[in-house]
Design a protein around this ligand. Structure first.
Ligand code: ADP
Length: 368
């Protein structure tokens, strides 16, 4: 049974609304203050919160902002209800605080019930989509995981057989063997990419101190061979220690490796990493002087398997999709700016207080 949290400090109004909803078959819980509303929401996880705009301890807008920050309830549908006539800018402010709708009293009981039902339909559709995405991801994980072992066997034994046969092999058979090994190795890196991608949702977030300078030193050590073969120069502004999941290292690795991989012919890669931390988030940028990205592909390159290149540059098209997923798991966003032929700059923003910790900030409790 879908439950509704009815928040209003005016007892007769709250009572009347509860009755209307109960008669329509909904389970209704009540709260009279912002603090009570947050506690009830966390404890009972209602589908919809009907939130009075004027509460004694904080405004409904503030309650809504705190709901959106709490990982346990951030997805709950919030409908503001104002007892007094409001101006358009107040409705806009209420919606900008994260509410899904704004009703003004007197609300006809039939309109209230129809509104609640409409939001419940939307939630059910969202839930079905989320479940089907999860199933699809579990399926991809299972397939990639289970095919890893047989693939490794194919590669190892094909290599052994071709080595054993050695000089007895005709030129065309030797070529055939190398095609098999090549294809199986490509498939292997594709499977590894898929596994990494699926694991972002399954991974336990181990949020903690994350020293970006140390991370960069590790990445340049890991990519030492590629960096020296390409003559790449990697420079950076002073980088901060932030709070993040260790998975963020993969983001820097993917973008830096791509900056080297998609270099211009006969132009040594120059990569510069900057950071700005003026607001509530860190904005990192990684600029390169490579082949650049056609603006038409600016969004699509973050989609799974989307590549702008053929076999001449090896890759699976998973790296940036994985990068985006890790950034979004941090509550951040990623984008790219580029002029084809003049390099690309990847930007990503991560909150200074990660989503997981944001919920631990306690709401103000003293009446205003
Ligand atoms: P992959 O490199 O395996 O193809 P990615 O998901 O890492 O997959 O990148 C997707 C596509 O985005 C690449 O195929 C490439 O066309 C483009 N791309 C990524 N990074 C850059 C870059 N720094 N400069 C130019 N193109 C890039």
């Amino acid at each position: 049974m879908e439950s509704i949290l009815n928040v209003d400090d005016y007892t007769p109004g709250r009572y009347a609304r509860t009755k209307v909803l109960q008669q329509a078959g909904f389970t209704v819980r009540e709260a009279a203050t912002g603090k009570e509303a947050l506690q009830q929401a966390i404890e009972h996880q209602p589908s919809i919160i009907l939130l009075d705009v004027n509460l004694p301890d904080m405004t409904g807008f503030e309650v809504c902002k705190l709901i959106r920050k709490d990982p346990k309830i951030f997805g709950t549908t919030v409908v503001h209800i104002s007892a007094t006539n409001v101006q358009s800018h107040q409705v806009v402010e209420g919606l900008d605080c994260g509410a899904d709708s704004y009703l003004v009293e007197p609300v006809d009981p039939m309109v209230l019930i129809a509104t609640v039902k409409a939001f419940l339909r939307a939630r059910q559709a969202e839930e079905a989509l989320r479940r089907s995405n999860e199933e699809l991801e579990r399926f991809a994980y299972r397939v990639a995981h289970d095919l890893r072992e047989p693939l490794r066997t194919i590669i190892t034994h094909t290599q052994l057989i071709s080595r054993d046969l050695g000089p007895q092999l005709s030129a065309s058979s030797a070529k055939g063997f190398s095609f098999v090994i090549d294809a199986a190795t490509r498939m292997q890196s594709f499977m590894e990419g898929l596994l990494q991608y699926a694991q972002v949702t399954h991974a336990d977030e181990q949020i903690g101190p994350f020293d970006c300078e140390r991370m960069l030193a590790r990445i340049t050590a890991d990519l030492k061979a590629t960096i020296s073969a390409s003559g790449a120069q990697i420079t950076h502004d002073p980088l901060p220690e932030i709070v993040a999941d260790p998975g963020l290292e993969q983001v820097f690795t993917n973008i830096i490796s791509n900056a080297i991989k998609y270099r211009r012919e006969s132009v040594k890669p120059e990569i510069h990493i900057s950071v700005q931390g003026g607001g509530a988030g860190w904005i990192f940028s990684i600029r390169d002087n490579g082949i650049g990205i056609n603006p038409l592909h600016k969004v699509d390159i973050f989609r799974m398997f989307h590549r702008m290149h053929g076999r001449e540059i090896p890759g699976s098209g998973i790296g940036l999709a994985l990068t985006k997923k890790i950034i979004e798991a941090h509550g951040g966003t990623i984008w790219v700016e580029s002029e084809p032929g003049r390099g690309a700059t990847f930007y990503f923003r991560v909150p200074k207080i990660p989503v997981k910790l944001a919920g631990e900030i306690t709401p103000p409790s003293s009446p205003q």
